[in-house]
Design a protein around this ligand. Structure first.
Ligand code: 0RQ
Length: 496
């Protein structure tokens, strides 16, 4: 522990989780590190213990994005959360949000830090952050994510630190830069994915540290399935399309790639492995998953930038054992930089994000099942889709064993509009909407992207809408949600 706390007088702050968590009381705004990885684990457990011992309190919880079951899962189950922002992906928490027992607001991830700095989210009472070390100057070296931690540490009245046992060699992988706030702010000076513009540590006022804990707890690891045929097809469509555009001089060859979270995202990047056309790949993304390590091993990556690394157990062991091989290629940044609309637009990122459903004109629902039930949240998808040079929205053509079509007449909730989405992709095919009118988009999306079982139903709807309403984007308002209504009535969108 002494090696990890290099500002010696802070050793006096080392304590146990039950004592430390007394700084958190009913109504405390708690700002934690964590962005799929790198979240504190001891304080949540201590809070749950306190609640089990009869203490009644609720906190407002802010992170970078999702955390693990060790935070969102156990705190939600214990009924300790009043507010949660900006993103989560935990099943138990989701149920409570949908029942109205936890208040949740779905934010673009790139915007939260600035909102905290301008006071829009209330006072930052306590920051609870995981770090691998505290430097001689009292600055923090984060662990596997950066997220909003630099701003949380800057704004917090009190700071609790969980020193993780993850390898000290992670030091140097982070690039910490807090951008200026309006008015008159200067550009964020990133011109290439791998540019480093800040410091390797998070500036911290050591006087605000109220407790330090030593943690041997690990992040829960991602479980990636081997890419299935659906994900592989989607990946093939995307890579073929981009290669085609480059060969025909419609795109420069070296634009950086962003790929969302989950199996499809992992499959797209894995698609580069056996693809000889793409070499020296730049990645400017939000979460770096297993496939990035595979590509670095193959010498195919020039630079990979993100706000966090979410690895499977196997990949994490590989990474921790040989960080020196990866460190020069990987940069972990605050999410307001990894997802910055300014930087994403400047670099010309090729953005790939997953939808719950897409409608025939290209509006996208990423967040709410059947219009009402929150799934996870918009995450960084809006940051990238709206600002990318080329934005793909991908989805398997059906869900729930074919009983739901992911291509619908009208989306039941809108996160991204047709104006931000360039290319719609399912395992059946791809439609580049950019040169098409809305009616052409509808025809192509039905023919190329919809599952064959749903093509006739969609085509009937579209033809009736042309006859009944006409217009630039024909719709029959009383029928636009007929697919969703059928599913809710019968459990199958096909059953009339
Ligand atoms: O349900 O969990 O009950 O089996 O949605 O779907 O196919 O496993 O795919 O894990 O990639 O998630 C859009 C939710 C896809 C995700 C979404 C059901 C399906 C399953 C999960 P089960 P899959 P994925 C930055 C990037 C928005 C945020 C974003 C997401 C479950 O990608 O949250 O892009 N994206 N973040 O059965 C009803 C449909 C459905 C459906 C899928 N049409 N109707 N249910 N499902 N389509 C992330 C960060 O910020 C960290």
């Amino acid at each position: 522990l002494e090696k990890r706390i290099r500002l010696k007088h802070l050793l006096d702050k080392v304590t146990d989780p039950d004592t430390a968590c007394r700084h958190i009381q009913n109504g405390t705004n708690v700002f934690i590190s964590g962005f799929t990885a790198g979240y504190p684990k001891l304080i949540p457990q201590a809070l749950v213990r306190r609640a089990k011992d009869g203490d009644r309190f609720k906190i407002n919880l802010f992170a970078g994005a999702s955390t693990g079951d060790a935070v969102d899962g156990i705190l939600a189950e214990a009924g300790l959360i009043a507010w949660r922002r900006p993103y989560m992906s935990n099943r138990g928490m989701r149920e409570k949000i949908n029942r109205g027992e936890i208040r949740f607001k779905d934010d673009h991830l790139s915007r939260l830090s600035a909102q905290v700095r301008d006071g829009g989210l209330g006072k930052a009472h306590v920051a609870v952050v995981e770090a691998i070390a505290i430097t001689e100057k009292g600055h923090l070296i984060p662990s596997m994510s950066v997220g909003n931690t630099p701003t949380y540490v800057q704004e917090a009245e009190k700071i609790i630190i969980e020193i993780s046992s993850e390898p000290p060699e992670l030091e140097g992988i982070h690039d910490i830069f807090i951008p200026e706030d309006p008015p008159y702010r200067m550009p964020i000076p990133i011109y290439r994915s791998g540019d480093r513009i800040g410091k390797p540590s998070i500036e911290m006022d050591p006087n605000k540290v109220v407790a330090i804990l030593y943690s041997r707890e690990e992040d829960s690891c991602a479980v990636f399935n081997e890419p299935g045929t659906v994900s592989q097809r989607i990946a093939e469509h995307i890579l073929d399309f981009v290669a085609h555009e480059i060969r025909h001089d419609r795109m420069p060859p070296a634009l950086p790639w962003q790929s969302g979270v989950g199996d499809v995202a992992n499959a797209v990047l894995s698609g580069f492995i056996d693809n000889d056309f793409f070499q020296n790949i730049d990645i400017y993304s939000e979460v770096l998953q297993d496939a990035v390590l595979d590509l670095i091993d193959l010498g195919k990556v020039r630079a990979a930038s993100g706000s966090a690394m979410t690895l499977s157990h196997k990949a994490r062991n590989r990474f921790f054992n040989e960080i020196y091989r990866y460190r020069d290629k990987i940069v972990l940044r605050p999410v307001e930089i990894s997802n910055s609309p300014e930087v994403v637009r400047r670099l010309g990122v090729i953005a790939i994000n997953t939808a719950i459903e897409v409608d025939i004109y290209g509006q996208v629902n990423s967040t709410h099942v059947m219009g009402s039930q929150l799934m996870n949240g918009i995450g960084g998808s809006g940051d990238f889709i709206r600002n990318g040079a080329l934005s793909f929205i991908v989805t398997p053509s059906t869900a729930k064993g074919g009983k739901i079509s992911a291509i619908v007449p009208m989306v039941s909730h809108v996160d991204h509009s047709e104006h931000s989405v360039d290319v719609v992709v399912t395992e059946h095919g791809l439609v580049d909407t950019r040169p098409l009118t809305p009616r052409q988009v509808a025809e192509q999306v039905i023919k190329r992207c919809a599952h064959p079982n749903y093509r006739d139903l969609l085509w009937d709807y579209y033809q009736q809408a042309i006859r009944a309403s006409g217009g630039h984007e024909p719709h029959i308002l009383s029928e636009a949600f007929s697919f969703h209504e059928r599913f809710m009535a019968t459990g199958d969108m096909q059953v009339r």
